[in-house]
Write a protein that binds this ligand. Structure first.
Ligand SMILES: O=P(O)(O)O[C@H]1[C@H](O)[C@@H](O)[C@H](O)[C@@H](O)[C@@H]1O
Ligand SMILES: [Mg+2]
Length: 283
């Protein structure tokens, strides 16, 4: 059954493109902004609407009961964030909501699919740039149907590194984030960047525009599709402590190779985040 998930993969590309068109259109109108976990964790009606469209289309195509769904906005409303062995879609309807609100031109739809807790494919549509990134396990990574590949740079001094500061404004955490960035900048590297969307950042690693992207505090929906795309483009994924990549751990480094990843890991000041699959605390 080598091609078991091809239909799902092709359909995910179609759905991501359609979702991106909805986001582009919504960006032309007034955007009503609300907040989630804190005042800088933004959400809009578009995030919720697009997630409903994506999950609705997938349920209609593949049947309500057979597939599971982990979507950013559904989880925010109390749906479980548990990866089981069942076929599971992991969805970020608008990755880069803050960018979307401000008109900063990087916003992505991120759709991944996992079976037996293993990621089968990932689709990221950078909808303002109109770039479709996709990858299926064992079959390479593509941007607009052209194969993509990570950079071959091994010398950290010739690298560009991406990181983000996320939405947690706890002073101790922010201090660690900036201390890490300072140490990396002074290795020295050619530059530090951040597009404001984890999904796009991972596509930049996969296409060789940057050597690594790491973040602590991201969620599984931010990175699931990107994980497949980076891996299929020849890159590596690790925990920020150098251990194996764990989708639910809320931290990861993706890089073009182990040499770059391990050099960056030496500088990362780790702080705690509650796992995505941690039991929900009763209030
Ligand atoms: O825009 P969303 O989907 O909320 O995801 C972003 C996240 O909120 C930020 O904390 C991260 O820094 C970005 O990299 C995410 O992509
Ligand atoms: Mg996101």
């Amino acid at each position: 059954m080598a091609d078991q998930w091809q239909e799902a993969y092709d359909f995910a590309v179609q759905v991501a493109r359609a979702a991106g068109a909805v986001i582009r259109k919504a960006g032309e109108c007034e955007i009503k902004v609300q907040t989630k976990s804190c005042t800088v964790d933004l959400v809009t009606q578009t995030d919720e609407r697009v997630e409903k469209i994506i999950i609705g289309s997938l349920k209609e195509q593949f049947g309500e009961g057979t597939h599971c769904f982990i979507g950013e906005e559904s989880v925010a409303k109390g749906e479980p964030c548990i990866l089981t062995d069942k076929p599971t879609w992991i969805i970020d309807p608008v990755d880069g909501t803050t960018n979307f609100v401000h008109g900063f031109p990087f916003v992505a739809v991120s759709i991944a699919f996992a079976v037996n807790k293993e990621l089968e494919f990932g689709v990221i549509y950078s909808c303002l740039e109109d770039k479709m990134y996709k990858a299926r396990k064992g079959r390479g990574a593509f941007c607009d149907d052209e194969p993509i590949q990570v950079s071959d740079v091994k010398d950290i001094h010739k690298s560009i590194i991406i990181s983000e500061h996320g939405t947690d404004r706890d002073k101790q955490k922010v201090k660690k984030i900036f201390s890490t960035m300072q140490k990396i900048l002074c290795i020295p590297v050619h530059g530090l960047r951040g597009s404001g969307t984890a999904a796009t950042n991972m596509c930049l690693v996969a296409s060789g525009a940057t050597e690594a992207f790491f973040e602590i505090g991201i969620h599984c929906w931010d990175i699931a599709a990107g994980a497949v795309i980076v891996k299929e483009a020849g890159g590596v994924l690790l925990d920020v402590d150098g251990g194996p990549f764990d989708l639910m751990s809320r931290r990861m480094i993706s890089a073009n190779n182990m040499v770059i990843a391990e050099r960056i890991i030496k500088e990362i000041e780790i702080f705690d985040s509650v796992r995505d699959d941690a039991p929900i605390q009763k209030k």
